[in-house]
Design a protein around this ligand. Structure first.
Ligand SMILES: [Zn+2]
Length: 246
C-alpha cells in the first residue's frame, strides 16, 4: 500500500526547510517531562503540527509515531483548505491543471473537457454527480493504461485495476494482483499520479517496501521519483477537498 505521506522531519528550523523535504506542513517536536503519551496538535493559525511527547522518547521514535497519524494529519489540513465543490464557474484541478466548470443547461449532459474548460450541460440537479462520473471514468481509463505500461516493463500482469475513494491511501495492491486507486489521482499532476502507479505495479512483484521493491519502483518510474512523491504529498490535501462542499 502507499502511505499518502511519509513524513516529517524532526524539529524544523524554518518552514522552507520543511517544504524542501516535501512536507505539507512543518512538524515541531516538544518533549515535556509531564507528558505521558504522544499527542499531535495542528496549529491552523501558524500552519504547523506540534507533537508533545514524554521527555525520554527520542526524536526518531516521535517522528515515526507521527508518521502513523497520516490520515488524521490530512484531515486537519483538509479542514483549513477552502471548500472546492463541483459548482458552475468553480476551478478544479484535472491532471494537475486548473479547469473551469462551465455550466450551460443546453449543452450535453455528460461533461466534456475542452482545453481549460469543463463544459457541463443538463439540469443543475445532478451536476456534481455527473462531473464526478466523468472524472472517475477518465481516472479508470488513464490509470488502467499506465498500469499496463508499467506492468509490461516489470514483466507482470495486473489482474484488475479499479478505483475507489479511500481517504487514507492513493493506491493499494492485493496479494492476488488486484490494484485499486483513488479516483482523485486524475486530479493530480501526471508525474505524481505515475509515481503511485509505479509504486503499486512494483507491489505486483514485491508485497513489501524492501530494498528490491524500492529498486524496481525506481527503475519503473525513472528519474525524479523523490520529487514526484514530494509533489503528491504537497497537493494531496487539496485533491481531497475537490468535489466536497463543506
Ligand atoms: Zn506500498
Amino acid at each position: 500500500m502507499l502511505e499518502s505521506l511519509k513524513i516529517i522531519s524532526s524539529t524544523v528550523r524554518s518552514r522552507s526547510a520543511a517544504f524542501e523535504a516535501g512536507l505539507a506542513v512543518p512538524l515541531v517536536i516538544q518533549p515535556m517531562k509531564s507528558a505521558r503519551v504522544m499527542r499531535l496538535r495542528f496549529d491552523a493559525g501558524r500552519g504547523i503540527l506540534k507533537l508533545t511527547c514524554p521527555a525520554r522518547i527520542n526524536r526518531q521514535k516521535a517522528v515515526a509515531w507521527a508518521a502513523t497519524q497520516q490520515a488524521w494529519i490530512d484531515a486537519q489540513l483538509a479542514k483549513v483548505l477552502p471548500a472546492n465543490p463541483f459548482a458552475p464557474d468553480g476551478l478544479i484541478p484535472v491532471e494537475g491543471r486548473d479547469v473551469r466548470i462551465e455550466w450551460d443547461p443546453a449543452a450535453r449532459r455528460m461533461p466534456v473537457l475542452e482545453g481549460d474548460v469543463l463544459l457541463c450541460g443538463g439540469p443543475i440537479e445532478g451536476l456534481t454527480r455527473r462531473i464526478e462520473k466523468f472524472l472517475k471514468r477518465r481516472a479508470v481509463e488513464v490509470l488502467s493504461k499506465e498500469t499496463a505500461e508499467f506492468a509490461i516493463q516489470a514483466g507482470v500482469i495486473a489482474r484488475s485495476v479499479s478505483i475507489g475513494d479511500a481517504d487514507t491511501r492513493w493506491g493499494s495492491c492485493s496479494a492476488s494482483g488486484r490494484i485499486r486507486y483513488s479516483w482523485r489521482l486524475i486530479l493530480a499532476p501526471p508525474e505524481a499520479r505515475r509515481f503511485v502507479v509505479a509504486h503499486e505495479v512494483a507491489h505486483l512483484v514485491h508485497l513489501n517496501h524492501g530494498r528490491e521493491f524500492k529498486a524496481l519502483e525506481r527503475r519503473l518510474y525513472g528519474p525524479g521519483l523523490a520529487e514526484a512523491k514530494a509533489l503528491l504529498r504537497r497537493v494531496g490535501p487539496r485533491l481531497k477537498r475537490v468535489g466536497r462542499g463543506d
